[in-house]
Design a protein around this ligand. Structure first.
Ligand SMILES: Cc1cc2nc3c(=O)[nH]c(=O)nc-3n(C[C@H](O)[C@H](O)[C@H](O)COP(=O)(O)O)c2cc1C
Length: 234
């Protein structure tokens, strides 16, 4: 589809991308189902190898969202029960090294220090992490699954789809938080979604309007400048 490129279109696209942040406190204001459908429809324009479109989305609102949150929170709060749950796939490296570990620590401490959570305050850390499982108060919880038969390439495609959702949400004044935290409780999620064994949970995502009063939503994460991760061969 031709797109007339003007300074306004460039600015609008850049603003939708650059204004996306992981929001960790939402207003309870409902998001109309039609808006969620529009976002998912446009996001599905994401490319995928040979147009395989590997994404499957489960939209949770109201009672089903509440029921899932409650069961995961109960499992998370019970130290013994929690150990019975583990991720199905490795999102993070088993061996951390610089610069990744430094960046990981920095974003963690930046968030906790905004919230006034000290390094030894395990109770408040637990409570903050727990907010993941309440979708940070968002009225829409998205769960993503993929068929196990699909390979690494489809996970690349999936990432593009997820980013499209987050950018399309920005275009409508909405915010998101992609969430790997849910993966630990994939068995509970699979049961709530009645997922067949042939599918696995990819991650979750909160969607809604950001709470403008929440201090955690002022977190602005850093990025390397282009010179730090690019080399031109010319
Ligand atoms: C796939 C994925 C999973 C993530 N999982 C979580 C999560 O479980 N909880 C959370 O608070 N943030 C999560 N994040 C957000 C990252 O911490 C965040 O993207 C990163 O710190 C950069 O900040 P920004 O998104 O505000 O630019 C996740 C991000 C991605 C891409």
């Amino acid at each position: 589809m031709p797109l007339k490129t003007t300074p306004e279109t460039t600015a609008a696209v850049d603003a939708a991308i650059s204004s996306r942040r992981s929001v960790r406190a939402f207003l309870p204001t409902p998001v109309p189902r039609s808006v969620v459908e529009d976002i998912l429809q446009v996001a599905a324009r994401a490319p995928s190898g040979t147009n395989t479109q590997p994404w499957q989305v489960h939209v949770l609102m109201g009672a089903p969202q509440q029921a899932l949150s409650e069961e995961i929170c109960a499992a998370y709060d019970d130290p013994l029960e929690r150990t019975q749950h583990s991720e199905e796939y490795a999102y993070y490296p088993t061996e951390w090294r610089s610069p990744y570990i430094d960046r990981r620590r920095k974003v963690g401490w930046d968030l906790y220090s905004l919230l006034g959570i000290g390094k030894a305050d395990k109770v408040r850390m637990h409570a903050q992490h727990r907010r993941n499982y309440q979708f940070f108060g968002a009225p829409v919880g998205l769960m993503f699954s993929i068929e196990r038969v699909l390979q690494q390439g489809s996970w690349l495609d999936y990432g593009m789809f997820l980013q499209n959702i987050m950018v399309a949400a920005r275009g409508r004044g909405l915010d998101t938080c992609p969430q790997a935290a849910f993966m630990q409780f994939h068995r509970i999620i699979a049961r709530h979604l009645a997922l067949p064994d042939s599918h696995m949970v990819v991650c979750g995502m909160s969607l809604g309007w950001a709470d403008p009063e929440a201090i955690e939503n002022t977190l602005l994460t850093e990025r390397e400048p282009v010179a730090g991760f690019v080399r031109f061969l010319d």
